[in-house]
Each structure stands twice: as structure tokens, then as C-alpha cells.
Design a protein around this ligand. Structure first.
Ligand code: 5GP
Ligand code: SF4
Ligand code: MG
Length: 465
């Protein structure tokens, strides 16, 4: 999901709408905005679909007045799937002591089932099926003296990955979990401030990037300034390495590094680790493009746009049903026949999850008359599900959970298939020595099975780590 908030600017909701539009790649199912104005109080609008279709009309934006607003774009990883329940669309708002609060959450709470059961037993009335709603109830029940204190207390009970943007009647609040799994950045806009999942959304509103919120940090922001606290027990951070590979936008800056440059470096590493003789290097657009450019630069094999992407399709993987995903590949990607015929082609994609994309692409490339097809993948085999806010399917559906690299090559029926090594990926994100196995610098659980937080709910449901 994507989260965004601003304080201290006129018509804050308009800034939030723009920010969410720039974060649309993080969630395309639904979006919502909550604003606050001293006269109108809290106001909210939550809709299915794209930000541009919902939060551009004057009619909607007029209902969201004030100098303080937050918003969320949704990609379902917990709660209902797809566009079925508007009640699961964030931000969530709750009225309780001191005027209440609204929150927008990116990540996944790994002990949400337990928290929910306990809260319901003690009288909380849940409005949604979302894990994130627990935070509001925990805040409402807290005896803290002010809302930031209540939020601290609530979040100390929550396990898993959370970047949160919240608002009271007067304050904008941002928090990252102690491991800092999901991103969150601070920007300065005019006389006010902004919080955003990624820097690309600061650019769109003309905000200046100030800094990242640190893992385990809470910032409480008013137009007067930013106050920082560290409410959690300090731990070595474990930022999601898959944000670098796929999830974030290439024009964002993560951990002081351009995502684009990291992806290009991944492609270079891949070319060093797994060279092959071929005529052209083609990306599976858009997610494979920077890595393909890196592969081409390193290998000297010409880069070519052998697959063209229909720009009017979103991220197909994000579609929650298998049927739509299957259709999705053809609706989204088409082979540039003239380029492919008779060629030995290296195809570069960011990841293989279920194998849907690679299987279809291979068929299309062979139909177009390619002589050889070589897959190069910019991440290690995805062998484990993510429980921290990326929607990987159950373990059984992951190609790499049941097959070795050579079995996957046979299954996809391609001339060769190579994934970047975990160490190669770490080198590309700037860790010259590779992965520190004693204390890994990132979360890489979907590749390694090394889960930095025990996914308690899943373990209860029978998941074996
Ligand atoms: P597959 O078709 O193998 O199931 O998925 C691989 C494709 O989906 C890749 O092209 C990649 O760009 C995209 N992808 C991989 N993992 C994720 C994810 O967790 N979320 C989203 N939205 N897309 C993904
Ligand atoms: Fe990111 Fe993978 Fe960890 Fe999930 S399991 S947070 S996708 S690195
Ligand atoms: Mg892709």
C-alpha cells in the first residue's frame, strides 16, 4: 500500500490526492482520504479504483476541507480481497477521547488475529476485516494522556511490519516499525510538512525531501515543527529488499540510493554471474527495464524493446484473482515481432512468483520466431510467502517452493533460466561484502525463509517456517 499525509497547507486533501496518484503503483484497488478542518471536523472519502478517477473532481475534493489530511492507496494483503468491501478501504477513523484520530497503514500486522480476538472479547466493535483496524481500537482503549502517547502504547502491542501515517485534529503523525520494513519519508512543503511512502510523491507536490523516518521512530508534526521519539526497543533494521527490486518506483530514493541505479546494478551483477551469448537483451516491462539496461551495459549485448507494454494497464500481479492475472499478461504485454524474429533473446524480469508471466512471455516470444530464449531474473527464487505487506501467494503456489532452478527451466521450457544470487542482490543494493548471515542487513524472507518477525497468526494457522 501507499500512504501520504500533509499538514500546514491550504486544501491539504488536494496535495494528498496528488501524492497518492504518485504512489498508485503501491496499490490500485482503492484509495481514501481523510481531512480535518476546525469547522467541518473530520471528513472522509473512500472509493474503489484509481486516484485519478476518484479524487480529481471538485465535487469530491470540496468535501475534504482543511489544512491537515492523510490518505491511502490499497493493495490487499489482509482482510477482504480486491474491490469487495469499501469498509476495508483506509484511512480508518475513530472517534474516542481527545477527538479521535485517523490512520493509514502500510505493511502487515502479524499478530492481528490474536489482537482482534482479545479486543472483541473486551467489547471493541470492528467495522472492517482489515488487520490495520486493530491500531485504532488499541488507541481508543489506551489510557494515554494524549493521542501520540496512545498510539505509542498501541503500536508496542503490534507485531510485524508497519509504516503508519496518522492524524489528530491538529497533528500529523508518522511511525515506522522497529525493523523499518516498509518505507516512510518526510518532506517540507511550503510552510507545512508531508509524509510519504516514497520520495516520488514528494516530487509531484513540489515538496523538498528532508529525510527518511528512521526504523522505530515516531514523528509528531504540526506546522510549527517536527518532534521525534523512539518508543520501541531498538533493533538492527531489516528494510524490505524487495522494495529495491520491484515494489518502489525507480525514481524514488531509498536508503540514500536511487532505486533506478540499484536496479541497474542488479542487472550488471546478473550479467557477471550468469552471462550468455545472445543477440539482444529485452526487459519484461516495466518492472524488468532498469535491470535489463544494466545487463546490456555490462554484457555489451544490445538492449531492445522486444516486448511492448500497454500503458493503460496497471500492475497485473496486483489483481487478486488468477483468471484476471492470466488474461492480464496478454492485455498488458505484446511482442514486438519485427525485433524478435530469428534472434537469440535474453529476457530480464524482476521476479518469478507463480511463473504466470514468464510462461506466457516465453510462448509469445517463441511464436514470434525467436531462436533462443534465456531468462535472467533480478531477484533470487521467491520460495517463501511475504507476511509483511507484499501479497505473495501461499507457499504451494510459488514456483520456486516446489522446484529447483533446473526444474523451473524445464517447466518454463526455455534455453536457460538464471536468478541473481542473494549475495549478488546485496552487492547491488550497496553491501560490498554481500549478505551478513549473522545479522542480515535487509528482510529477504521471501527468498531466504529467514523471517525477521515470527508470523504468529500464520504459524497458528499451520504455516511451517
Ligand atoms: P508471476 O507471473 O511469476 O506470478 O509474477 C511475476 C511478475 O509479477 C513479475 O513480472 C513481477 O513484476 C510481478 N510481481 C512479482 N512479485 C510481485 C508482488 O509481490 N507484487 C506485485 N504487485 N507484483 C509482483
Ligand atoms: Fe520484502 Fe520479501 Fe521481506 Fe516481504 S518477505 S518484506 S517482500 S523482503
Ligand atoms: Mg512485471
Amino acid at each position: 500500500c501507499g500512504i501520504f499525509g500533509v499538514v500546514g497547507v491550504t486544501d491539504a486533501a488536494n496535495f494528498v490526492a496528488l501524492g497518492l496518484h504518485a504512489l498508485q503503483h503501491r496499490g490500485q484497488e482503492a484509495g481514501g482520504i481523510v481531512s480535518h478542518d476546525p469547522d467541518a471536523g473530520f471528513q472522509s472519502a473512500r472509493r474503489f479504483g484509481y486516484v485519478r478517477d476518484n479524487f480529481t473532481s471538485q465535487k469530491v475534493m470540496e468535501t475534504l476541507p482543511g489544512e491537515l489530511a492523510i490518505g491511502h492507496v490499497r493493495y490487499s494483503t489482509a482482510g477482504s480481497k480486491g474491490q469487495t468491501a469499501i469498509r476495508d478501504v483506509q484511512p480508518f477513523f475513530g472517534e474516542f477521547a481527545m477527538g479521535g484520530a485517523a490512520i493509514a497503514h502500510n505493511g502487515n500486522i502479524t499478530n492481528a488475529n490474536t489482537l482482534r480476538r482479545e479486543l472483541i472479547e473486551r467489547g471493541s466493535i470492528f467495522q472492517s476485516s482489515s488487520d490495520s483496524e486493530c491500531i485504532i481500537h488499541l488507541m481508543a482503549r489506551s489510557m494515554g494522556r494524549n493521542i501520540p502517547d496512545r498510539m505509542e502504547e498501541a503500536l508496542r502491542k503490534v507485531e510485524g511490519a508497519f509504516s503508519v501515517v496518522a492524524m489528530t485534529r491538529t497533528k500529523l503523525i508518522g511511525v515506522r516499525d522497529p525493523l523499518g520494513v516498509r518505507p516512510l519519508v518526510l518532506g517540507k512543503v511550503g510552510d507545512g510538512y508531508a509524509l510519504s511512502s516514497e520520495t516520488c510523491a514528494l516530487d509531484i507536490i513540489g515538496a523538498e525531501f528532508v529525510r527518511e523516518i528512521k526504523p522505530g521512530e515516531m514523528v509528531v508534526i504540526t506546522p510549527e515543527g517536527v518532534k521525534s521519539h523512539f518508543p520501541f526497543r531498538p533493533q538492527p533494521s531489516r528494510f524490505c529488499i524487495f522494495e529495491h527490486v520491484y515494489f518502489s518506483r525507480p525514481d524514488s530514493i531509498l536508503g540514500g540510493r536511487s532505486v533506478y541505479e540499484t536496479r541497474e546494478a542488479i542487472g550488471r551483477e546478473l550479467a557477471k554471474e550468469s552471462p550468455v551469448d545472445a543477440d539482444i537483451v529485452c526487459p519484461v516491462p516495466d518492472s524488468g527495464t532498469p535491470a535489463a539496461i544494466g545487463y546490456s551495459l555490462q554484457s555489451g549485448i544490445p538492449y531492445a524493446m522486444g516486448i511492448i507494454r500497454n500503458q493503460y494497464m496497471g500492475r497485473t500481479f496486483i489483481e487478486p484473482t488468477e483468471q484476471i492475472r492470466n488474461m492480464g499478461v496478454r492485455l498488458k504485454l505484446n511482442v514486438n515481432r519485427a525485433l524478435i524474429r530469428g534472434k537469440r533473446v535474453i529476457l530480464v524480469d524482476d521476479s518469478v512468483v507463480r511463473g504466470t508471466t514468464s510462461r506466457k512471455i516465453k510462448e509469445m516470444i517463441l511464436d514470434a520466431g525467436a531462436k533462443e530464449v534465456h531468462f535472467r531474473i533480478a531477484s533470487p527464487p521467491t520460495a517463501w510467502p511475504c507476511f509483511y505487506g507484499v501479497d505473495t501467494p501461499q507457499r504451494e503456489k510459488l514456483l520456486a517452493a516446489t522446484m529447483s532452478e533446473s526444474e523451473m527451466r524445464e517447466h518454463l521450457a526455455v534455453d536457460s533460466l538464471k536468478f541473481i544470487s542473494l549475495d549478488g542482490l546485496y552487492r547491488a543494493v550497496g553491501e560490498a561484502e554481500g549478505r551478513n548471515n549473522a545479522c542480515p542487513q535487509y528482510c529477504d524472507a521471501c527468498f531466504s525463509g529467514d523471517y525477521p518477525v515470527i508470523p504468529a497468526d500464520k504459524v497458528d494457522e499451520g504455516f511451517e517456517m
